[in-house]
Design a protein around this ligand. Structure first.
Ligand code: AMP
Ligand code: GLY
Length: 423
């Protein structure tokens, strides 16, 4: 088969790496890809978000005789790329625009959870900043302020004080820091507990849970500093016990898939549940309509099952026949970021040490590109260094040993990935 993978991050490199191991795959294209993906796939220069990019991608799928397209990031899915490919009878793996509302609108997602009795944080929706400010001032308790629409992971503020909540409300609704994504906001109860990411494959009728993973969102050790796209991850996640998986499946995953089908928004693809494990049980914080980044960089090296077979089963509505098999080893992924990230950073710095990769270690490229034969930085998150080990602590040590061999100007990373269970 010929495959096309849409995206350019570490998640997409891990996806391409996994797909390249499938006996069913003869050729992979990636759009736009990065310097690591280039070693496994032919990269095609289509920029996500450029004018008419879904049509450009479908034209490529036709001209390159692609059998199946896989979409990494949420933006093309929320833009309706799946509906567009389907209208041209091209096979594509991911949810359509209607089902994508569960990530594309936090207001829609919360109302959906409430309609289907899915356990989540208590919330209120506002489309007026003064009413929102009055609400947080009167309540005077920690809360979480969320811009309704897609904001590249930056639209959520966990506000410990009323002042912080008011700042977040103004940032979204008055300063329009996230554009139209902040026209409405959700203000919700702040929950405490351990966070776990649970991903599942779905064929629209049923769903298959993957093993658990944990990501680290804050930029500095011990979960300090601002949120980022993700500074590291590990899998499996001990917080996700077999019993808890059962609860998540029956109270969250299946009601979501059935609820979407009932509301005429069938969901085929990967569904990501972002959970807080509280003292009184799991609560759903958010949905993502895609693989997590960097959870995927820790999950996929552990997945034994052929991913093309799973994607085909999803598209054919046959997922009930599949069982996922996992390597017993743990995986830990440390993200190396550009100096200044998640704020302003420079690019174009040469990355040294990429030739030191050993067996059981994976250098998943994120923001990288080739420049006159050298590989240079081209984004905030540059590389995800994943290592497999007999347990999490050894996987973490092996990942850090590999990290020590990589260098670029300004490089920074967390030193506690897989080492401290942060809350
Ligand atoms: P979201 O995009 O909704 O997952 O939010 C991003 C991050 O904000 C989550 O991964 C949590 O760390 C945090 N967060 C979101 N909602 C809550 C909540 N209700 N209580 C505590 N933390 C939250
Ligand atoms: N790791 C969080 C995300 O992919 O959104």
């Amino acid at each position: 088969m010929k495959l096309l993978v849409v995206g350019s991050g570490g998640r997409e490199h891990a996806l391409v790496w996994k797909l390249a191991r499938s006996a069913k795959v003869e050729k992979i294209y990636a759009a736009p890809g990065n310097a690591g993906i280039e070693e496994l796939a032919e990269c095609l220069p289509v920029r996500i978000g450029a004018a008419n990019y879904p049509a450009d991608l479908s034209d490529l799928a036709v001209s390159k005789e692609v059998d199946l397209t896989l979409v990494g990031p949420e933006v093309p899915l929320a833009d309706g790329i799946v509906d567009h490919f389907n209208s041209r009878e091209l096979k594509i793996f991911g949810p359509g625009r209607a089902a994508s509302a569960i990530e594309a609108s936090k207001v829609w997602a919360k109302d959906f959870m409430s309609r289907h009795q899915i356990p989540t944080a208590a919330y209120q929706v506002f489309d007026d900043s003064e009413a929102a400010i009055k609400y947080v001032t009167e309540r005077d308790v920690p809360c979480v302020v969320k811009a309704d629409g897609l904001a590249a992971g930056k639209g959520v503020t966990v506000a410990a004080t009323v002042e912080a909540a008011i700042m977040a409300i103004k940032q979204a609704m008055v300063d329009k820091a996230f554009g139209r994504a902040g026209d409405k906001i959700v203000i919700e109860e702040m929950l405490e507990g351990e966070e776990v990411s649970v991903l599942a494959f779905s064929d629209g009728e049923t769903a298959l849970l993957m093993e658990g993973a944990r990501d680290y969102k804050r930029v500095f050790d011990q979960d300090r500093g601002p949120n980022t796209g993700g500074m590291g991850s590990y899998s499996p996640a001990p917080a996700l016990t077999g019993e808890l998986s059962g609860v998540i499946r029956t109270q969250m995953l299946i009601p979501t898939i059935k609820g979407l089908a009932k509301e005429n928004r069938p969901y085929c693809g990967v569904l990501y549940l972002g959970l807080m494990i509280t003292k009184t049980g799991p609560r759903l914080l958010e949905y993502n309509i895609r693989f997590g980044d960097p959870e995927t960089q820790a999950l996929l090296p552990r997945l034994r099952t052929d991913m093309v077979t799973v994607m085909q089963a999803c598209l054919e509505g046959n997922l009930g026949r599949i069982e996922l098999e996992w390597h017993k080893e743990s995986a830990c992924c440390v993200v190396l970021a550009s100096g200044g990230y998640p704020g302003h950073y420079e690019t174009g710095k040469e990355i040294r040490g990429l030739d030191t990769q050993k067996e059981g270690v994976f250098f998943f490229h994120a923001g990288t590109k080739r420049d006159n034969g050298r590989v240079v930085t081209a984004g905030g998150r540059v590389l995800g260094v994943t290592a497999l080990g007999p347990n999490r602590s050894e996987a973490s040590s092996l990942a850090y040993q590999a990290v020590n061999k990589i260098a670029f100007e300004g490089m920074h990373y967390r030193r506690d990935i897989g080492r401290v269970v942060s809350s």
